[in-house]
Design a binder for this molecule. Sequence first.
Ligand SMILES: NC(=O)C1=CN([C@@H]2O[C@H](COP(=O)(O)OP(=O)(O)OC[C@H]3O[C@@H](n4cnc5c(N)ncnc54)[C@H](OP(=O)(O)O)[C@@H]3O)[C@@H](O)[C@H]2O)C=CC1
Ligand SMILES: CC(=O)C(=O)O
Ligand SMILES: [Mg+2]
Length: 608
Amino acid sequence: MFSSLRLLRCKPLVRARWSHTASASVRKASTPPPQLAKRHEGYSPYLNLGTSTPVAARSILGLDGLMPTKVESLDVQKKRALVQLRAKSTDMEKYMFLAHLRNTNVSLFYKIVCDELSEMAPIIYTPTVGKACLEYSHIYPFLAPPGVPDGLYITKDSLPNLPQILRDYSAALSDQAAFQPEITVISDGSRILGLGDLGMNGMGIPIGKLQLYVAGAGIDPRKTLPILLDLGTNNDSLLNDEFYLGVKQTRPNDDEFYSAVDQTINALYETFPNILVQFEDWSTSHAFTLLQKYQHERFCFNDDIQGTGAVVLAGLINAFRQVAKDTPIENHRILFSGAGSAAFGVAKHICDYLIIEHGIPEEKAKAMFWTVDSKGLVYDGRGDKLPEHKRYFSRKDSVGSGTKSLSEIVKAIKPTTLIGLSSQPDSFDANVLQEMSKINHRPIIFPLSNPRTQAECSFEAAMTHTNNQVLFASGTAFPPYKIPETGEIKKPGQGNNVYVFPGIGLGSIVSKSKHVTTSMVLAAAKGLANSLTPEETARGDLYPSLNRIRDVSATVAAHVCKVAEKSNQLQNQSLAGLSIDQLTKTMREKMWDPETAFNTIEDIENSA
Ligand SMILES: NC(=O)C1=CN([C@@H]2O[C@H](COP(=O)(O)OP(=O)(O)OC[C@H]3O[C@@H](n4cnc5c(N)ncnc54)[C@H](OP(=O)(O)O)[C@@H]3O)[C@@H](O)[C@H]2O)C=CC1
Ligand SMILES: CC(=O)C(=O)O
Ligand SMILES: [Mg+2]
């Protein structure tokens, strides 16, 4: 009974990317190598070709009669899947459909995501991933067939055995040493987007980010490792939810927390010495401390501080270019609503750029910034003890203090640029937007909080209240806006770190960089800012089209790599001395392609 069940469960899902056309490959496969047979004992979504399993392969694998006879191309499979996907009435249903596809047929999933990224990104990433995280424990059992891991869940109890758990996870994905993970995105679920502490439910974020690494930078999916460090949650509604699947206890104190993170990071590098660690969505104070602790010691970066810093800087470089006639760069006045990890990361990267690229002295550059937190303007004389990350941009003067009203603060400070990283929905209200419009012919307004429900304003509101003159980017894309008077359709910019983290990761991994340095992150921003096509620039876009993400990531990665070389970080000597164009080409060529990249019989033979 057990063995026949096992056969039914495993074999129809078995996939070998037997060449659809090359008869030589099929001939060669007529006697499957022993390691192939071994490999097929387990279920692998990487090997499952579904209805495109060739006839010869079906016969050898004992699949005759276990599926309809027609052998389809990947294109036809994609077409059918898209019909099903698009017929779903809610984005959550689409998320679940895609997650299940990802966990049963990896190449079909990535074929769809890569070909239709603009349509799929809002489902696998923000905004829908936010909703999926809120409901993760409720939907989890329906996202993957039993026994197929969607990511690695680490708890306090797993810490002593972590190296073995990591090896087992990697082996469950692929028993081939060649496919050791080379990048992990790790969160403890404590600050998921702008939605707060979601505990174990935050796993949707590492998964979504790594899917974008595959789609956006062509990282081989077998080399990606989503991790959720589940140390509990302080979210009462989760602790009281009977379906919550995470550890049902409140979060530990800082000593226990840092010890658990240390053990996790040490085990990761012990098991996979070259792995790049991307910290994602950690609560503010921990995010800064972990970055400070590990960035000069380990191969890692924090996406919310550094990735967001780079992406917003890139958009601002392009926005500043558009208003350069009215406002010389040193005259910009940049107001942040929000003074957390993302806001500090963004402000610091812009400030570093102004100092390094424009030669503005540090004190003068710092004086171009204002930050506002939940208590109002951040300034030295406020009377409360400011945490370290708020002190750098804390104002010496008190202009704009004494009120929590953002429109009053805007009126007092007269910013050219308003950036929202506060998770306060609609806090850029009509008064704020109109005030920005009175001060500037072309106000720069970036409501960057995620998902869309947390955004400081919509594109429509920003257009309406600025006489359609706004230079706009939001964290989660808003729909295009039709100007009522002219009928002209305007598309909003999307200032989301998706434009840079894939390129930062790719450039760092391919260059075999020792660390991810600030100069590499700044290079990523410049690479992104300069990656627009002449048409995009002429249209006034601030960011390139997401549909070109692989080209964009290759450019970003090339800039990262070049600076890694200049700053002595490069360890892949074969890249030394290459131009940006040559590096871009190399990066592009290295990208994994869902149609051709894995599972030929030769691959399996060679790597087993
Ligand atoms: N577009 C993108 O690519 C990215 C967007 N984000 C988004 O940025 C947001 C913030 O993330 P992060 O910085 O990590 O979170 P934090 O929790 O670290 O920061 C939130 C900040 O907002 C402040 N705040 C709260 N209420 C108000 C208010 N009424 N007015 C002004 N400020 C207020 C908080 O103040 P206090 O310090 O007093 O508590 C805090 O400084 C999230 O929505 C996240 O999704 C993050 C990364 C990337
Ligand atoms: C985009 C992102 O990283 C965030 O909102 O946290
Ligand atoms: Mg994040």
